[in-house]
Design a protein around this ligand. Structure first.
Ligand SMILES: [Zn+2]
Length: 239
């Protein structure tokens, strides 16, 4: 999080909460541009309800959800943004999200350039994710053992391959996430689309501050990220 102190030109910093977080720890992140993200899986729910209430009362009013169920957990007057894990890929979905009180959303990392351009023209809204390690799979199960009777709940990583690709399996707090070994990164020309803003995401894999700064610098200088994939971005689908 020291990265926040070394960057000046960002609109907001989205931090993925842990259930053990406290108001003091979040204040120590030393940024006034903080938005708190709820993980997509919140089990058991009660400790999360308690944490949300504590943080809300402590003055944290900007939140992000990666699962529509998060809407039922947050106070109604909260500023809530929608992560790209909730796919809004047509105008009806975007209108419905705003009618439910969403303040901003990120385009799906599975969307195409053509569709994102069309949605931007029609709605004038949307954050474009330029870099991320998208979660291919999420599970509320731990990879250590079933039941986790004597689990440390700490972080454990495993490399996997299925013959087609390589994957990194990350287990933390008894939740498991699988990510591609290749990061998702859009080509520099994606920055020609007049979206509301851009996002660079370092949520799942561990990055050093230096690695994160280098990626941000390459993106700003419109350099390609080597070894990355752009998903469906340049695909064209017959209409
Ligand atoms: Zn466990």
């Amino acid at each position: 999080m020291k990265l926040a102190e070394q960057l000046s030109d960002y609109d907001e910093l989205v931090y993925v909460l842990k259930v053990s977080d406290t108001p003091d720890k979040l204040r120590s992140l030393n940024t006034k541009k903080l938005r708190l993200a709820l993980p997509p899986i919140l089990r058991p729910e009660k400790p999360w309800q308690n944490l949300i209430q504590t943080l809300w009362q402590a003055g944290f009013t900007r939140w992000e959800i990666g699962n529509p169920a998060g809407l039922t957990l947050l106070p109604q007057s909260t500023d809530i943004s929608l992560d790209n894990t909730v796919s809004l890929m047509n105008t009806q979905a975007i209108e419905e999200a705003f009618s439910q009180g969403i303040s901003r959303f990120a385009f799906s990392t599975e969307d195409t350039r053509d569709n994102i351009q069309a949605l931007t023209r029609q709605t004038g809204q949307g954050i474009l994710v330029l870099y991320q390690d998208p979660a291919l799979f999420l599970s509320a199960n731990c990879i250590r053992e079933n039941g986790c009777s004597s689990c440390s709940k700490g972080r454990l990583e495993m490399n996997l391959t299925d013959g087609k690709g390589k994957y990194l399996l990350i287990s933390e707090n008894c939740l498991t996430t699988v990510i591609n070994s290749r990061p998702f990164a859009l080509p520099p020309t994606a920055q020609d689309i007049p979206v509301s803003g851009y996002r660079v995401d370092f949520c799942h894999r561990h990055y050093t501050i230096q690695q994160a700064k280098e990626i941000i610098s390459k993106i700003k200088n419109r350099q390609k990220i080597s070894g990355s994939t752009d998903g469906n971005f340049e695909k064209q689908f017959a209409s």
